[in-house]
Design a binder for this molecule. Structure first.
Ligand code: FES
Ligand code: FES
Length: 213
């Protein structure tokens, strides 16, 4: 580009910019509404409310977990999963999706399977919650389902395993382990990213007759 054309082009750009600035300044002077960006900047600079954040009231909750009573104070919106992990410090129950889609958080409530990420703790007063920490015998002897998972290599990374074992125990207790297809169907809510599914089914077949139902 020759220098003459370049200078003309530059003047032209400056002229456009100057016109734009002048227009914007004129609009502000004339009291026109500020742009959305200007409003956001104003909001960002606003001082915090002197009242501060509103405190969330807690409620007293008595839970029975693995045969032991726990007296807690919880935000009523607290899920059973967060209660177990963050308030009772039983971290064996895993958080996978937190949306009821993976089964990693499965526990037993009164002997039946529940997704603890979709269950509010405040609704469980008087119910018996069993987690993976509570399935072994009082002498430490493994539950038949735990032993079967070991015998059949039914896990790799192990992240889904507590939920798988609780769900497998529930599957047998609910009378849904009568065939391989029934087991697969009954366990279909428990995902395993390591794809240990054949081994998990084999473990359930072994453990089912050894479990007291
Ligand atoms: Fe509850 Fe995935 S964490 S179903
Ligand atoms: Fe890794 Fe199931 S053993 S996700």
């Amino acid at each position: 580009m020759n220098p003459t054309n370049s200078a003309a082009c530059e003047i032209s750009r400056r002229g456009v910019l100057a016109t734009g600035v002048g227009t914007a300044a004129g609009a502000l002077v004339a009291g026109a509404a500020p742009s959305a960006n200007a409003q956001q900047a104003t909001m960002a600079m606003a001082p915090p409310s002197p009242a501060g954040p509103t405190a969330i009231p807690t409620v007293a909750v008595e839970l029975k977990i693995n045969g032991r009573r726990h007296d807690l104070r919880l935000d009523p919106r607290t899920t059973l999963l967060d209660t177990l992990r963050e308030h009772v410090h039983l971290t064996g129950t895993k958080k996978g999706c937190d949306h009821g889609q993976c089964g990693a958080c499965t526990v037993l409530v009164d002997g039946r399977r529940e997704l603890s990420c979709l269950t509010l703790a405040v609704g469980l007063a008087g119910r018996e919650v069993t987690t993976i920490e509570g399935v072994a015998g009082p002498d430490g002897a493994l539950h038949p389902m735990q032993q079967a998972f070991i015998d059949h290599d039914a896990f790799q990374c192990g992240y889904c395993t507590p939920g798988q074992i609780l769900s497998a125990i529930g599957c047998v207790r609910e009378g849904q382990a009568g065939s391989l297809d029934a087991i697969r169907e009954s366990m279909s809510g428990n995902l395993c990213r390591c794809a240990a599914y054949p081994n998990i089914v084999a473990a359930i077949v072994q453990a089912a007759p050894r479990m007291e139902t």
